[in-house]
Design a protein around this ligand. Structure first.
Ligand code: ATP
Ligand code: MG
Length: 556
């Protein structure tokens, strides 16, 4: 039986449907074009799901192309991390990885073609002068005094640029379009600039590098891309995209379409700013679990499926928007509630002694790994006379809304017995050290025989068998909903974005691995931290709490 898959459509898919129906293209070919100047973030995940998702659904192709025209900011480390993140998200690029730098020779020839057509010239104004001559939104620009050089002179000067005979900033190649255009990008945009930088792919072969607007459209055409999808800030650049392709000799004719960026509340989605958090050591690397990077989310315990689900839910439109963190958290909770094995951990431990249980007795209890999925199996957990429970699960006095352990009352220990609290022992500061209890040996996973009702259930671990563990509890990294709009965004860091607690986990977690998260019963979803955890020192990252406390705290 085949299931009909309903795919949410969007304006880009509608354009593709029309293009295919009209026979404009036979198949769809998209690309994801990151600049390797940082690690990918959740905004890139949106673009990846869109581009690779379209290729998948239309049986087309999607390239991974590194847009590597700015060697000073780029690094092979970023190239590698980006490949890893795309694959981890569950996507496969068509053929080999592409690089804009693969096309430097061809781009150079296209620049020569424009010069020969009188459509490009070597300018020797300084960067400041170019800016000044460009005009503003309300004032037209004016022509550079170098604009009317002959073709022959431009060819000689451009060759000199390539041969390293000009210093950085001393000359550039510009398109000759219109200094009075209402679109500033069309006011003789720079096509090539001089940079004496080592390039991670082409080494020292070049000292002139093509600009994004010149490179991107030509790379798209050379790769036979049909639909070139980018974010809205490139809307005006589409005119230049089309101008370049209309004025050079190239067979394919891709088209650019723009959609709105993903902005996530309380997070930053700019590689440049994320890089600052790393270099200023405010976070523990690009993969710090508080970072909205794909690698950070992975280390935090997010799954590829949850991120794909998130991207599907937020959709693709042209509207600027701010997505709440709770939407992202909803997606990972949905996934982990279904799939995460359960285990017990006590994050803020207090000791319990069951006085009517003999000292040497250790009981092996068998527990399901998931309450509704028997196929996930069972595990054994040791029960003994001394336990830890969470400090918040006990009160000396409480009203009946408090369904946990209260002095003189009963509570059920998860997957174990009913216990009753008899008395407490405190230290000199008045803090409870030990809660002395008794247990009803006839209540293992069943109600008391005399019909007593025991409502609450709390989790526990055995002091003798449990393993010490650190718990990293994360909160939003910034105190303000749109940190990207604050000039000094580093001043809005939430000082409590990471709280480390020391507690205990059940012994079965000695064989925990980093491949998936666990639900620590009543505490939340946690995964082993691959960076700081070791056999002798378990460290768990809290992926997300069990409930959405976020919208409660932010709604004011
Ligand atoms: P950043 O400011 O983080 O460097 P960018 O747009 O310069 O962002 P690129 O590496 O050039 O980063 O982006 C690769 C692709 O991902 C582009 O097509 C870009 O439009 C898309 N993209 C980047 N950020 C977002 C976002 N927040 N939402 C959706 N798509 C994005
Ligand atoms: Mg960029």
């Amino acid at each position: 039986m085949t299931e009909a898959v309903v795919r949410p459509t969007n304006f880009i898919r509608q354009i593709i449907d029309n293009d295919l129906a009209e026979g404009k293209y036979k198949t769809v070919h998209t690309r994801f074009p990151p600049e390797p100047n940082g690690y990918l973030h959740i905004g890139h995940a949106k673009s990846i799901c869109l581009n690779f998702g379209i290729a998948q659904d239309y049986q087309g192709k999607c390239n991974l192309r590194f847009d590597d025209t700015n060697p000073a900011k780029e690094d092979i480390e970023y190239v590698e991390s980006i490949k890893r993140d795309v694959e981890w998200l569950g996507f496969h690029w068509d053929g080999e990885v592409c690089y804009s730098s693969d096309y430097f020779d061809q781009l150079y020839q296209y620049a020569i073609e424009l010069i020969n057509k009188g459509l490009a010239y070597v300018d020797e104004l300084s960067a400041d002068e170019i800016r000044e001559y460009r005009g503003t939104l309300t004032q037209p620009g004016k022509n550079s005094p170098y604009r009317d050089r002959s073709v022959a002179e431009n060819l000689v000067l451009f060759t000199k640029m390539r041969d390293g005979e000009f210093g950085e900033g001393k000359a550039c190649l510009r398109a000759k379009i219109d200094m009075t255009s209402p679109f500033i990008v069309m006011r003789d945009p720079v096509l090539y600039r001089i940079k004496f930088a080592h390039h991670h792919q082409t080494g020292n072969k070049w000292c002139i590098y093509p600009m994004y607007d010149f490179t991107h459209c030509i790379s798209d055409a050379l790769e036979n891309i049909t639909h070139s999808l980018c974010t809205l800030e490139f809307q005006d650049n589409r005119r230049l995209y089309d101008w370049v392709l209309d004025n050079i000799t190239i067979a394919a004719r891709p088209h650019q379409y723009e959609f709105s960026r993903l902005n996530l509340a309380y997070a930053i989605t700019s590689k440049r700013k994320l890089n600052l958090l790393v270099t200023e050591k405010i976070v523990d690397g690009w993969d710090d679990p508080r970072m909205p990077t794909i690698s950070g989310l992975r280390r935090r315990g997010y799954t590829p499926a949850s991120l794909r689900d998130f991207c599907q839910r937020i959709g693709v439109t042209k509207q600027e928007n701010l997505v709440e963190m709770s939407t992202l958290e909803f997606c990972i909770r949905e996934d982990l509630n279904q799939n995460a094995p359960r285990a017990m951990a006590v994050i803020d431990p207090v000791r319990v002694v069951i006085e009517n249980m003999s000292e040497g007795l250790n009981e092996i209890l068998t527990m399901p790994n998931h309450p509704n999925r028997p196929e996930l199996g069972q595990r054994e957990v040791m029960f003994s006379r001394e336990l830890y429970i969470d400090r918040a699960d006990f009160r000396e006095e409480a009203n009946k809304n408090y369904k946990r352990l209260v002095l003189g009352k009963e509570v059920r220990l998860r997957n174990a017995y009913v216990i009753k609290a008899g008395r407490v022992e405190k230290d000199s500061q008045g803090e409870i050290k030990t809660i002395y209890c008794s247990y009803d040996a006839g209540t293992l996973n069943k109600n008391p025989e005399d019909g007593r009702k025991v409502k609450g259930v709390i989790h526990w671990v055995s002091t003798k068998f449990a393993l010490p563990a650190d718990f990293h509890l994360y909160d939003r990294l910034f105190n303000t909903p749109i940190p990207g709009s604050v000039d000094d965004f580093l001043s809005t860091i939430n000082a409590e974005s990471l709280v480390v607690k020391r507690g205990f986990v059940e012994a079965s977690l000695s064989s925990a691995d980093t491949s998936h998260a666990y639900q620590f019963e009543r505490e939340g979803y946690f995964c082993l931290d691959y960076k700081h955890s070791s056999k002798d020192h378990l460290v768990f990252n809290r992926t997300v709490g069990l409930r959405d406390t976020w919208s409660e705290t932010t709604a004011e």
